[in-house]
Design a protein around this ligand. Structure first.
Ligand code: PLP
Length: 390
């Protein structure tokens, strides 16, 4: 008999965004005329940069000719992209990462979800609370014990070190969902802990491109010795609007214990057949002078939304966190409203979709997450509507 992996039965019934979509669709069916604006799911709205489009067209044309056609690519990704990553994301910041420590992927969701496969089911895993749900779900599927590290307004959303030993710590900065960051000193505390405890840090830098403040580190490898204990995940989804194109990368230093670099290569060569040539050429274009300027303009566009939202919501009397070095705002619900109560109020009264904070963990109760990925027009309209319904 084919027995199922019973760990799957421990997962919460539906993925957070599936539940939100169900509620929003039900509301739209009952109120077909309502103009619902989503400031909920973290998808982008602005088109790809012209440099990226140009690269996609060029790569497509190459695919039409036998002499330039490409089939299966190298497992770790094409050299042209891995070299561009190393040069622009690391060496230019004084960080020494080599091209064979970079693995190109179809995005950070797959890699942050899959990397744990290299570890024993006995490893104890720590995640922040609230947290991007993928880290918990992937480790629940693998049957691991999970320790939660509360991130609250009281501790400034900075997780405290676990009281006992843990083997793996997932950190995501700039943070989804709170939109907050760690300073170098705060991040160093975790690197020191990981080295002391023989633990690994899985560092999700998906929102690194949104950092505005000088003092906020763009990579965990900004901290000396992090190459001994940290794997870092990157995504082009929010950096350059690649949510539909699909491309990202993971850095697995060769200096990590247990030859994780070799093991990840082994795992990928069995289970993953590479990111498309088109997506990789598109990603390479982000690192050209034109591409850099164009993606910065789009990021500035979203960060202007974040600024507008912070200002307007604070003016309405809300307590707002994040939104300075991240496209997310973490907003305390008014009075004693729960996250889902406020979600319902926003949907029914203002026709605005937010994400209930409790969906990211128990410490998210009493908060909602708003994203800055809308258009200026919709963001302004949503803010006006919230204000008028208060
Ligand atoms: N990591 C975090 C923290 C995210 O918020 C997201 C997307 O929302 C991802 C990873 C996934 O990124 P990708 O689109 O590259 O799979």
């Amino acid at each position: 008999m084919a027995l199922i992996n019973e760990n799957f039965l421990k997962l919460s019934e539906s993925y957070l965004f599936t539940e939100i979509a169900r509620k929003v669709n039900a509301y739209k069916e009952e109120h077909p005329k309502a103009d619902v604006i989503s400031l909920g799911i973290g998808d982008v709205t602005q088109p790809l940069a012209p440099a990226v489009i140009e690269a996609l067209h060029k790569a497509t044309d190459e695919m039409a000719i036998a002499t330039t056609f490409r089939g299966y690519g190298p497992e770790r990704g094409y050299d042209f992209l891995r070299e561009a990553i190393v040069e622009n994301d690391f060496r230019s910041r004084g960080i020494d990462i080599e091209a064979d420590e970079v693995f190109v992927s179809d995005g950070a969701k797959s890699d942050t979800g899959n990397f744990q496969e290299l570890l024993s089911a006995k490893c104890v895993v720590a995640v922040t609370d609230p947290v991007y749900p993928v880290y918990i779900d992937a480790n629940t599927m693998a049957g691991r014990e999970i320790v939660k590290l509360p991130c609250t307004a009281e501790n400034g959303f900075v997780p405290e070190l676990p009281t006992g030993h843990v083997d793996v710590i997932y950190l995501c900065y700039p943070n989804n969902p709170t939109g907050t960051t760690l300073t170098k000193e705060q991040l160093k505390v975790w690197v020191d802990y990981a080295i002391r405890e023989n633990a690994l840090i899985f560092y999700d830098a998906a929102y690194e491109a949104y950092i505005q403040s000088e003092e906020v580190p763009h990579s965990i490898y900004d901290i000396a010795d992090a190459k001994q204990c940290a794997v870092e995940f990157h995504s082009y989804s929010k950096t350059a609007g690649f949510t539909g194109i699909r491309c990202g990368y993971t850095v697995v230093p060769k200096t990590l214990r247990a030859s994780l670099n070799k093991l990840w290569n082994r795992r990928q060569s069995t289970k993953f057949n590479g990111t498309s040539y088109l997506a990789q050429r598109a990603a390479e274009a982000i690192y050209t002078p034109k591409g850099k300027t164009q993606i910065k303009t789009t990021i500035a566009y979203y960060m202007e939304n974040a600024r507008m939202m912070r200002k307007a919501l604070t003016g309405m009397g809300f307590k707002v966190y994040g939104g300075i070095d991240a496209p997310y705002l973490w907003v305390q619900t008014p009075g004693s409203m729960t996250s889902w109560e406020f979600f319902d109020w926003m949907l029914h009264s203002a026709h605005v979709v937010c994400t209930p904070g409790v969906g990211f963990g128990v410490q998210g109760e009493g908060y909602v997450r708003l994203t800055a990925f809308g258009t200026h027009e919709n963001t302004e309209k949503a803010l006006r509507r919230i204000d008028s319904k208060l």
